[in-house]
Design a protein around this ligand. Structure first.
Ligand code: AMP
Length: 629
């Protein structure tokens, strides 16, 4: 089929198009209306339909391929490897669901999942989906303050965690961070369910903390039926960074998400039941939700869950997994590929990669060198795809399942079905012509699977993302972009203060707030600076209350280390700036707004731009001087 026609129908006749796509999943009760957009920008998909994500991901496949692999859990940190068939996965999920029910969790209750990449994390997510509890997975790399803000926002009845994660052979205790987070938070969960991996000792708080293995033992034969949910019930909340220090809870539905994932698995990822999918992301990010846990399983594929680094024990580890489990579709991020590119190439050559059909890369801009290199090494198409936590599945890509469209270096591709993408001039609001830079926007309604709202804050959802452009209600992606004459888009970075470090999205404001809590910091600016390996790194410029400790090089380094340790403790190492420089003045406008973009430009050796509103031009010289230290 011709993709252009397929796409056109998805925009011009949404009702027919999505009614067809909805056939890709099981419905317990059919929907009465495909789309209710009577209260824009809130879109309600498949109104009245009843379904369940866990049913579609697990139960649905038990009858036809119950003995086939569903979850392949590989850890090169603990050297454990276990394959769960669909039947075994179903049993484990029912055990976890029974454990959760025994702790009082039911439909609509929130469950916060703070876990490493172990099979139990997937059981917990699917168990929530099964009983209609709303999960909120928090990335294991986040520390106590990040966790505490999410606990206070989601108000979970239950937190599921583990004794520790592991990275490069070193255990990272989770329990002390979690205890500190619960202390910091105003909301207290009723229970904390802990998987004891035997990595570090942990103390359990009587009455609150419970041991997963002990409870699981009591529910070995549990048969927990699926709770059928209305399509617009909430399946999960996933927090993401924005321009304020307070992360936004991206809230997702059930039916729309299931259909969007099934549709994208078919048309974009071309995954077939019985094959194996390997996404190298983490369950703490949206890719982990959509394309480690739900997407592949909904398509009847086995999914690989990998705990470890891409280069440990050696740079062949991912390729040995591809060979062993005959992975057909692989998903990763450009940073990971750049890491591999620095390793000797023979590791890839050692493995039989003939099962692999395509590599999908997302999360950050894919540069042409990285893309061409990996395509050459693997000999398969490399498919860039652009999306966000908010959308849950690709906005731009190429849908090879519909038409073998060519990819274009440097471009993630064309709009995927249901996304009515526009490039809009930032100041005039006019539509940009081919080759003209503007803000990438999507005309409402957003397609199925995208965020329903900001959890608990409809107003924030509307105010943050939506505006009227030429009389139309449009959603802003907060990305700059260009559309070429053939309809291919190019993404040119964020329009806001969000930065992207190794494919991880971070808010500069969150990092600034953390650094400001250091007793000797009076003011700070954090910007994202281009980096060859990670895409961007965070760099901080701080004004000290007492500059004396930074008078010597030694003192400066010690203070820098101190500040980094504060960020590590509060946000986690992912938020740690690569450098902290000390200044006495920061570039600001006369109304006191930080000129982050000018600071960033200086750090990247570019022109600082329009400075007519700057309060004190000497501040720019200070940034330059600080960098030369
Ligand atoms: P996240 O919500 O963490 O997935 O981050 C979303 C942001 O990452 C987007 O708004 C973009 O700025 C960036 N991004 C994601 N995928 C791509 C891509 N393929 N090319 C360029 N930027 C991307």
């Amino acid at each position: 089929m011709n993709f252009a026609d397929f796409y056109r129908q998805s925009i011009d006749d949404r009702q027919t198009f999505w009614a067809n796509e909805a056939k890709l999943i099981d419905w317990h009760q059919p929907f009465s209306q495909v789309l209710d957009y009577s209260r824009p920008p809130f879109a309600r998909w498949f109104v009245g339909g009843q379904t369940n994500l866990c049913h579609n991901a697990v139960d649905r496949w038990v009858a036809s391929q119950g003995e086939q692999p569903a979850l392949i859990s590989v850890s090169t940190e603990t050297n454990r490897e276990k394959v769960y068939s669909f039947k075994e996965l179903q049993s484990e999920v029912m055990r976890t669901a029974a454990v959760m029910q025994s702790l009082g969790v039911g439909k609509g209750d929130r469950v916060l999942i703070y876990m490493p990449m172990i099979a139990e994390a997937t059981f917990a997510m699917l168990a929530c989906a099964r009983i209609g509890a709303i999960h909120s997975v928090v990335f294991g790399g986040f520390a106590s303050n990040s966790l505490a803000t999410r606990i206070d926002d989601a108000k979970p009845k239950l937190i599921v965690s583990a004794d520790a994660g592991m990275r490069a052979g070193k255990s990272i205790p989770y329990k002390p961070l979690l205890d500190e987070a619960i202390n910091l938070a105003t909301h207290k969960p009723d229970h904390v369910l802990l998987v004891n991996r035997g990595l570090v000792a942990m103390s359990l708080k009587a009455g609150r903390d419970v041991d997963y293995a002990a409870l699981r033992e009591r529910h070995m034969d549990a048969r927990v039926p699926v709770t059928w949910l209305e399509s617009n019930d909430t399946s999960y909340i996933l927090y993401t960074s924005g321009t304020t220090g307070k992360p936004k809870g991206v809230q997702r539905d059930v039916g729309g998400y299931a259909v969007a994932l099934a549709s994208s698995m078919k048309h974009i990822f071309c995954g077939n039941a019985g094959e194996t999918y390997f996404s190298t992301s983490d369950i703490g990010w949206v890719v982990g939700h959509s394309y480690i846990v739900y997407g592949p399983l909904i398509a009847g594929m086995a999914t690989v869950m990998y705990e470890g680094l891409p280069i440990r024990p050696d740079a062949g580890i991912w390729w040995s997994i591809v060979e062993k489990y005959k992975v057909t579709r692989m998903f990763s991020a450009p940073t990971a590929v750049r890491v591999l590119k620095k390793q000797p190439p023979e590791f890839m050559k050692k493995h039989d990669l003939s099962s692999l059909k395509a590599l999908y890369l997302a999360g950050e801009p894919l540069d042409e060198t990285t893309s061409s290199w990996i395509a050459g090494e693997l000999g398969v198409p490399v498919i860039d795809n652009y999306w966000q936590t908010e959308t849950g599945w690709p906005i731009l890509s190429v849908a090879k399942g519909i038409e073998d469209m060519p990819t274009r270096l440097g471009s993630p591709g064309v709009p995927m079905v249901g996304y009515d993408v526009k490039v809009v001039n930032e100041t005039s609001g006019a539509l940009c012509g081919p080759g003209e830079k503007g803000v990438v926007m999507i005309k409402g309604p957003l397609p199925p699977g995208c965020m329903q709202t900001v959890y608990g804050d409809d107003e924030r959802f509307v105010k943050t993302y939506w505006s009227r452009v030429n009389g139309e209600q449009v959603y802003s992606t907060f990305d700059w972009g260009i559309r070429d004459a053939d309809g291919y888009y190019f993404i040119l970075g964020r329009t806001d203060d969000v930065i992207n470090v190794a494919g991880h999205r971070l808010g500069t404001r969150e990092i600034e707030e953390s650094i400001s809590s250091h007793p000797n910091v009076s003011e700070v600016a954090v910007v994202g600076v281009e980096d060859n390996l990670k895409g961007q790194v965070a760099v901080a410029f701080a004004i000290l209350k007492n500059a004396e400790p930074a008078a010597t090089t030694e003192g400066r380094l010690a203070l820098e280390g101190d500040i980094m340790a504060v960020v590590d403790r509060q946000l986690g190492a992912v938020g740690r700036p690569s450098r902290v420089y000390f200044v006495t003045l920061l570039p600001k406008t006369r109304s006191g707004k930080l000129l982050r973009r000018s600071i960033q430009a200086i750090c990247e050796g570019r022109d600082p731009g329009d400075l007519t509103t700057i309060e004190d031009p000497a501040s720019l010289q200070q940034i330059k001087d600080a960098l030369s230290f």
